[in-house]
Design a binder for this molecule. Structure first.
Ligand code: OMP
Length: 287
């Protein structure tokens, strides 16, 4: 079993850093001429997967846009996941789960257990009930060669009110909440992926942010093994691909650049063209 961090690094080498989000917003379903229902979200998801094949290596379905349709939404999401797995894509389930540890255990089993209908390669997690609530998902990821992306510094403007708060005890005493979470993820990778070039436990860092202000130590994330970064905030939220090296510095090589609305707005007919344009623009930014 190849660990997630190694599979991710291979995929980035082959296809580049781009990850496309499957976010069937109501306005996008309407724009695509699809019904605002599970049936529409199903067709939307399958169409995006088809367009990604051979062009992009990573996909990030946003589960909320399926969950809103109830059990049928989940049924079609299973099929979108299956299509994405069959296409050889790395699937990051964007679920942002967070809870007391014993409940988070069940959430992580849903998304990280091999053979489960919603099996993904990695999931996003919310650590704001305490980093140690993540103990089970961390272990599960290790056992099954899966990955996690833990929210550290999120791209939404409201995030600073919590994420810049300073910790007053524990091993990350004095660091910001965002910096402490990123520090714990990097520490986990050092302890569990020693000797490998990439860890399997990543963090979410919004590309729109000032990492110094947030207390994020990019050197710590870039150290061997690297801590992968999932980076939303490009395109629709304002950050530009051309700034990727400037924003992520020493950890840019381990950064997954995500893009959803700015690609999806191209509509079903313009999708391949827009994906190829974004792949090329990002390659140029990394060149
Ligand atoms: O975890 C995420 O992907 C995420 C974290 C974050 O800090 N900000 C953020 O926008 N996202 C997700 O990224 C997607 C929005 O991407 P755009 O449509 O490209 O802006 C949504 O699914 C968000 O939930």
């Amino acid at each position: 079993m190849v660990p997630f961090g190694d599979r991710l690094a291979e995929t980035i080498d082959r296809y580049g850093h781009l990850c496309i989000g499957i976010d069937p917003h109501t306005y996008l379903l309407e724009q695509w001429g699809l019904p605002v229902s599970a049936v529409g979200a199903h067709a939307f998801g399958l169409r995006v997967v088809e367009a990604l094949k051979g062009r992009v290596g990573i996909v990030k379905p946003q589960v909320a846009f399926y969950e809103r349709f109830g059990s049928i939404g989940y049924k079609v999401l299973e099929e979108v996941f299956e299509a994405a797995r069959d296409a050889g894509l790395i699937v990051i389930a964007d679920v942002k789960r967070g809870d007391v540890g014993t409940t988070l255990e069940a959430y992580s089993e849903a998304w990280l257990t091999p053979g489960m209908p919603l099996e993904a390669d990695a999931m996003t997690l919310n650590p704001y009930q305490g980093f140690d609530t993540l103990a089970h998902p961390l272990q599960l990821a290790e056992t099954h060669g899966k990955g996690l992306f833990i929210l550290a510094a999120t791209s939404n403007p409201e995030s600073a009110s919590i994420q810049t708060a300073r910790r007053i005890r524990g091993s990350m005493n004095g660091r910001t909440v965002a910096g402490g979470i990123a520090g714990r993820a990097a520490k986990w990778n050092r302890e569990h992926a020693a000797g490998r070039s990439a860890g399997s436990i990543g963090v979410v860092l919004g590309a729109t942010l000032d990492f110094e202000f947030l207390g994020i130590d990019l050197d710590d994330l870039a150290g061997a093994p690297t801590t992968p970064v999932l980076a939303p905030g490009f395109g629709h939220q304002g950050a530009s691909f051309s700034d990727v090296r400037g924003i992520f510095g020493q950890v840019a090589d381990a950064t997954i650049v995500t893009s959803a609305r700015s690609v999806l707005a191209a509509g079903p007919d313009g999708l391949e063209h827009e994906i190829e344009a974004q792949v090329d623009a990002l390659r140029e930014a990394y060149a």
